[in-house]
Write a protein that binds this ligand. Sequence first.
Ligand code: NDP
Ligand code: AKG
Ligand code: MG
Length: 473
Amino acid sequence: MYEKITPPQVGSPITFKDGEPIVPDNPIIPFIRGDGTGIDLWPASERVFDAAVKQAYGDTRKISWFKVYAGDEACEMYGTYQYLPEDTLAAIREFGVAIKGPLTTPIGGGIRSLNVALRQIFDLYACVRPCTYYQGTPSPHKNPEKLDVIVYRENTEDIYLGIEWKQGSEICDRLIKLLNEDLIPATPEHGTKQIPLDAGIGIKPISKHGSQRLVRRAMQHALRLPKAKQLVTLVHKGNIMKYTEGAFRDWGYELVTSEFRMECVTERESWILSNKEGNPDLTIEENAREIDPGYESMTPDKQDAICGEVKAVLEAIWDSHGNGQWKEKVMVNDRIADSIFQQIQTRPNEYSILATMNLNGDYLSDAAAAIAGGLGMAPGANIGDSSAIFEATHGTAPKHAGRDRVNPGSVILSGVMMLEYMGWQEAAELIKKGMAAAIAGGEVTYDLARLMEPPVDPPLKCSEFAEAIIRHF
Ligand SMILES: NC(=O)C1=CN([C@@H]2O[C@H](COP(=O)(O)OP(=O)(O)OC[C@H]3O[C@@H](n4cnc5c(N)ncnc54)[C@H](OP(=O)(O)O)[C@@H]3O)[C@@H](O)[C@H]2O)C=CC1
Ligand SMILES: O=C(O)CCC(=O)C(=O)O
Ligand SMILES: [Mg+2]
């Protein structure tokens, strides 16, 4: 069945039922070493995973690693341009859960992202990136411990679908002509706008299905968190892109107020309810004025709509959510994307789960990681209903490749997410304990060492950091 690889002789696949993994005691887990710093990161990480599983479970549980190929290594093994061989896809399909190092994507031309391709091929629609501060980690921020967010990023669509046309190509010219001469004039709201004739064109599809399944997963996660962290923020640029980013917000609210009606309250609903709680005699119109400060200057139609909203909310959920009951529900709000970048820095403790479209989540997860200790400490998971691939937030950091110096924390913490996903909590806890103790003791790689006061010199190597973690189990 495989052309050039052979699965381990011992072990069995992780299977899925209703979107949840069923994990044997000896799962076979395919891994992709990755390009660039993958050569340093993977051996260090694997050592930590094996040591944690051994210490937690003795001989009763074990991971059988299955090396599969992607990126440069795959081309060496399978031939020119064989960046993502069928063997690799078949292995992930057969064994269900995989982990990978970073893979290079050229800028401007060349192959499209292999990382994105894997997410799309396996329909791994939720990219989950927790940004949590580890005590003792140096940070450029004064109170990094206040940041404890999880980016839930839609992972299959948006501009990452990669449907775009190069400036000057025949199809691009035809498309611009069609848009300028036909489709734009036929859409009155676009007025006399025209696309410059020398533009490249990219398409940004945002679907209702894709948005809602992501928000559903974010809500399910929020319900598992302690009460104080039960908050989902829909992040969007809906003021500018109304039918893609704005629609993401609207579909998100639609989903939570239908599928999770008894478990959630939206921020606007909470204002309406608390206004009435503060003054039971408040009329619908007075309530509407309070939730919308611009009410006075609105057209009568708009004012009627807001009054209608207040009335509908009170009729629908006063009994189930009123008199303070809403405070026990998952709060769902939304924030415009540019504002959330400053909010996570100035008021980090007001956020928990950030549900985003693909591009916003890509940006936001690097930014949030910077606060919590940098990309060397930023794990991630790509989750679907019938497979999952775990990988760090960062890329191949080519200038550091092969120097045994980068921080393996991000890949190791991605493995922690994988162990937790598998239900192997004890092994995950050992690694977290070991990592926290190593960092607290100043045993860190260059990225953290340079931020410490005083700076740690010499820093640990990538491999030494892994050994320090194991020592501190
Ligand atoms: N999922 C994936 O596989 C991803 C792949 N990529 C790809 O990676 C390639 C390189 O991208 P680039 O923009 O340089 O971004 P990278 O994330 O690879 O690196 C940017 C910088 O982040 C820091 N960094 C990254 N990894 C670590 C680590 N493990 N430990 C400590 N610091 C780290 C380094 O900062 P400093 O040098 O200042 O110390 C590094 O120079 C591109 O081809 C890109 O497409 C990018 C993101 C994700
Ligand atoms: O695929 C790539 O090269 C970059 C992807 C990326 O930046 C990410 O997923 O965070
Ligand atoms: Mg990124």
